[in-house]
Design a protein around this ligand. Structure first.
Ligand code: ADP
Length: 303
């Protein structure tokens, strides 16, 4: 393995230690630490290689992913039925509803929608984690694409009194991206910027720009921000910052985890800058060369 050869070289010639979290060799998976060994004159005399077999952990992880995938898939059918029948009752298909009945049914409908979103997120992340997701890039005009996502979020923003302003960069050539995957990323970031903005005061600014090797999308809000000590955990699965839980009970903590998996699978990067109480800016880059096609039997779960 070239990477390990380089690490050994680095230890012996440059005195540098290194660590690979996961490497596949001879049908097994290993975690490897390499560190220089010095004599009492501090001269490097060789290196120590510690190889930890993590094949079993990987197998258990794959079983967990498979379980989440099957369970969430099974949950979707009954949820769809609940949603459909509630919708029919709300439309008055089985008679006129009393005010209280309508109120309760609306509540059931909204909770079911939330559950469908959660189940879809779980299904999507199990598909991303198992590597079974297909990537199907199509030449896309990034500015038109992003504008269409903003238009989808605008009704929600309007209810909350949050303004969304889009500043498209100069006209860009079409980029090859998988629209289903990148839509999920941008939709999540724009929804978050609205969700974590103050009612009637929020302003969200979205920019696109082309660099030499990458396209950059920025989503800036003047919302609640992310507390410094919680920043390192924000992309973790199910993680939600305390200030977000307080102001908004609806989130699942899965959106950014899924977004990061998608962006990293697309050869891009995602990061943020934030100040508590002042606002947050998320940055996404995608390579100008576009995403690479990948065969797979699944696509993202979207409702
Ligand atoms: P959710 O929004 O469903 O909770 P995400 O994975 O999308 O889950 O986001 C994880 C957490 O990151 C949020 O709960 C919140 O604490 C923080 N966060 C994300 N976007 C923003 C933002 N624009 N402003 C402030 N906090 C944010």
């Amino acid at each position: 393995d070239k990477e390990i050869e380089e690490m050994v070289d680095n230890a012996i010639k440059k005195g540098r230690s290194s660590h690979v979290r996961e490497v596949g060799l001879i049908k097994k998976y290993f975690e490897i630490f390499i560190t220089p060994v010095k004599d009492n004159q501090q001269k490097i005399v060789g290196c120590a290689i510690i190889i930890h077999d993590i094949t079993h952990i990987k197998e258990i992880d794959a079983m967990k992913t498979e379980f989440v995938s099957v369970a969430s898939h099974q949950l979707r059918t009954p949820l769809t039925a609940i949603k459909l029948f509630t919708e029919m009752m709300l439309k008055g298909d089985v008679g006129k509803l009393k005010k209280e009945q309508e109120e309760y049914l609306t509540n059931i409908y909204q909770s079911t929608e939330r559950m469908v979103r959660l189940v879809n997120d779980l299904l999507s992340l199990s598909r991303l984690e198992s590597g079974r997701l297909r990537i199907d890039p199509k030449p896309t005009d990034l500015n038109i694409f992003i504008e269409s996502i903003i238009n989808e979020v605008k009704p929600v923003a309007k209810v909350k009194g949050v303004k969304i302003n889009f500043f498209p960069g100069e006209k860009m050539p079409k980029i090859k991206i998988d629209p289903v995957l990148i839509r999920q990323v941008v939709h999540n970031l724009v929804t978050n910027s609205v969700r974590y903005s103050s009612d009637n005061k929020g302003i969200v600014e979205i920019n696109t720009r082309r660099g030499n090797k990458e396209y950059m999308i920025t989503i800036k809000d003047n919302g609640i921000g992310i507390p410094d000590k919680l920043k390192p955990r924000i992309f973790e699965k199910f993680y939600r910052a305390d200030n977000a839980v307080k102001t908004n009970t609806e989130g699942t903590g899965l959106g950014l985890y899924v977004a990061r998996l998608i962006v990293e699978n697309s050869g891009g990067k995602i990061w943020f800058e934030s100040k508590e109480g002042e606002g947050t800016t998320f940055f996404v880059t995608l390579p100008v060369a576009g995403m690479e096609k990948k065969e797979g039997d699944k696509t993202l779960a979207v409702s």
